[in-house]
Design a protein around this ligand. Structure first.
Ligand SMILES: [Zn+2]
Ligand SMILES: [Zn+2]
Length: 222
C-alpha cells in the first residue's frame, strides 16, 4: 500500500468534510477534526478496489472512474453509520454520495501528470506552506478572462497573476468557489484566506506533513 495515495485520499476526504456546514457540530476543535478525517479516510479507503489504491499517472488507464466503482456494497457500514450519526449526512445514500465525490477528486489528483518544476517559483505552497510539488493557479481563471476584461473587473495586466499551490490546496480553492467568483472576489491569496472554509482547510493541511505522520498501517514507501 502506498502512503502517498492514501494521504492524497485523506486530503480529499478533509476537503469534502470541511466544506460541509455540519462538520462543526460533529467535531469540536481542530484536533478532533483531524481524528475524524483520519478515521473516515481509513474506513472509506479500505473499501476501495486495489486499482484505486495504486492509482498513478502511469496506471491511469486501469483505474476505474468514481461512478464505475460499486461503493454501495463496498463501503464499510462503520463509515456510513458514523457520518449519519454525527449528522454530517442525512442517510446511507448521502454517505455513499459523499464518498463518491471524495473518490472522484482523489482519482483526478492521483492520475494527474506530475507537476512541472520550475526554478522561478516558490518552494512552499502559498496556502499550506508545505514543501511539496506545486502547481500554479491563475488567480483570475483563464476561462473567465474575456468576461473579466469586458466587465472591467480587472485591468488586463492583472490577468497573468498566479499563485503557487500544492495540488490539494489548489483543488480546495476550486472546490469552494466557481471561476467567476474567484476572479471577482478571491483574486489574491489574502482574499482567499479571508474565507472561513479556506482558513479551516489551511489549518488542517498545514499540519499534514506528507509521509511524516506514519501510522502503523500506512508506512511511507522506502
Ligand atoms: Zn498547499
Ligand atoms: Zn486554479
Amino acid at each position: 500500500m502506498s502512503s502517498t495515495q492514501f494521504l492524497l485520499f485523506r486530503d480529499c476526504m478533509a476537503q469534502q468534510l470541511i466544506s460541509r456546514q455540519k462538520i462543526d457540530t460533529a467535531t469540536g476543535d481542530s484536533s478532533e477534526l483531524d481524528d475524524f478525517v483520519d478515521f473516515l479516510a481509513e474506513e472509506g479507503w479500505s473499501g476501495l478496489p486495489l486499482s484505486l489504491h495504486e492509482a498513478t499517472y502511469q496506471s491511469r488507464a486501469e483505474v476505474p472512474e468514481a461512478d464505475e466503482v460499486d461503493l454501495e456494497s463496498g463501503v464499510s457500514p462503520t463509515f456510513t453509520d458514523t457520518l449519519v450519526s454525527y449528522g454530517v449526512v442525512e442517510d446511507v445514500d448521502d454517505a455513499v454520495k459523499l464518498l463518491r465525490k471524495v473518490v472522484e477528486a482523489y482519482r483526478a489528483e492521483a492520475c494527474a501528470p506530475p507537476p512541472v518544476w520550475s526554478s522561478t517559483r516558490t518552494k512552499e505552497c502559498e496556502i499550506c506552506e508545505r514543501e511539496v510539488p506545486l502547481t500554479y493557479h491563475h488567480l483570475i481563471p483563464k476561462s473567465v478572462h474575456e468576461k473579466v476584461v469586458k466587465k472591467g473587473w480587472h485591468d488586463e495586466s492583472m490577468l497573468g497573476s498566479v499563485a503557487w499551490l500544492c495540488r490539494p490546496c489548489h483543488s480546495m480553492v476550486h472546490h469552494v468557489a466557481r471561476c467567476e467568483e474567484l476572479a471577482k472576489e478571491y483574486y489574491t491569496i489574502e482574499l482567499l484566506l479571508q474565507r472561513e472554509d479556506i482558513q479551516k482547510w489551511q489549518k488542517y493541511a498545514s499540519k499534514q506533513r506528507w509521509g511524516s505522520r506514519p501510522k502503523k498501517v500506512y508506512r511511507a514507501p522506502v
